[in-house]
Ligand binder design. Structure first.
Ligand code: ATP
Ligand code: MG
Length: 218
């Protein structure tokens, strides 16, 4: 996406990656806190195309996940939703995404890859982890149910020299899985994700709400 900066000026860009199936306030509050604390000029929400480690479960279509990401981020002047990953064929690797972003912008642009404490533990084992470390600073956000100490330990034990900033974000003990389960049980998603996303889920019959109750979601 076009960035809000003048050619040559330093620009700090956050990248919030996720499957976003669906996006929820946990993702949004982590990105907002990172933007504030790290003085990011923009946070790019990168909906994963075909996530490498979610090959085993049915993921909603890229277009549905992107649409919800766009709706959820539309009213925040610092947030943008990107189609970069969903338009790249094959399995999605973050290293490829960061490399693509790095070549698209001048060297005055600094990249920050924002993740929750659970994802930090995984990243050290990701495809091309060393390339990820060379392209971006990791931002490890607190997430209820996951120990940030374990993230620190994984980073310290890794032979790769990751630059990591640990970040305290308002605690929301929610996940996309939890929202999908609530939906399938006919429970409301209100106050867990923006109303626009609730509306989109209802309109497009995602996550099987009607299958259970035969009604539309409240
Ligand atoms: P799922 O339950 O399907 O795995 P999820 O809620 O974990 O979904 P993802 O799309 O897997 O969402 O996560 C994208 C990123 O957002 C990850 O880095 C994850 O750690 C982070 N994240 C998700 N939920 C929260 C939350 N409640 N607080 C902080 N970070 C979160
Ligand atoms: Mg997850």
């Amino acid at each position: 996406p076009a960035l809000p900066y003048k050619e040559g000026d330093p620009c700090r860009v956050g990248i919030m990656g996720g499957t976003f199936d669906p996006i929820h306030y946990g993702h949004l509050v982590a990105a907002e806190q990172a933007a504030e604390d790290l003085e990011l000029d923009v946070v790019i929400f990168m909906a994963a195309g075909s996530p490498a480690f979610k090959q085993d479960r049915r993921v909603s279509s890229s277009e549905d996940r992107f649409a919800m990401t766009l709706l959820a981020t539309a009213d925040n002047p610092r947030f943008v939703a990107s189609r970069l990953e969903i338009e790249r064929p094959g399995i999605t690797y973050t290293a490829d995404t960061l490399a693509q972003i790095a070549v698209a912008y001048p060297s005055s642009v600094e990249l920050f890859f924002i993740t929750g404490a659970d994802a930090v533990v995984d990243i050290v084992h990701w495809h091309d982890a060393a390339r990820i470390a060379s392209l971006a600073t990791l931002v490890g956000a607190t997430r209820p149910g996951y120990d940030l100490e374990r993230a620190r330990q994984a980073i310290n034990e890794s032979p790769i020299d990751f630059q990591v900033i640990y970040l305290e974000v308002p605690a929301l003990a929610i996940s996309s899985s939890y929202l999908r389960r609530r939906c399938a049980a006919g429970q409301s998603l209100r106050y867990l994700t923006p109303d626009t996303v609730c509306g989109y889920i209802r309109k497009h019959h995602l996550y099987g709400w009607e299958q259970v109750t035969g009604e539309t979601m409240p």
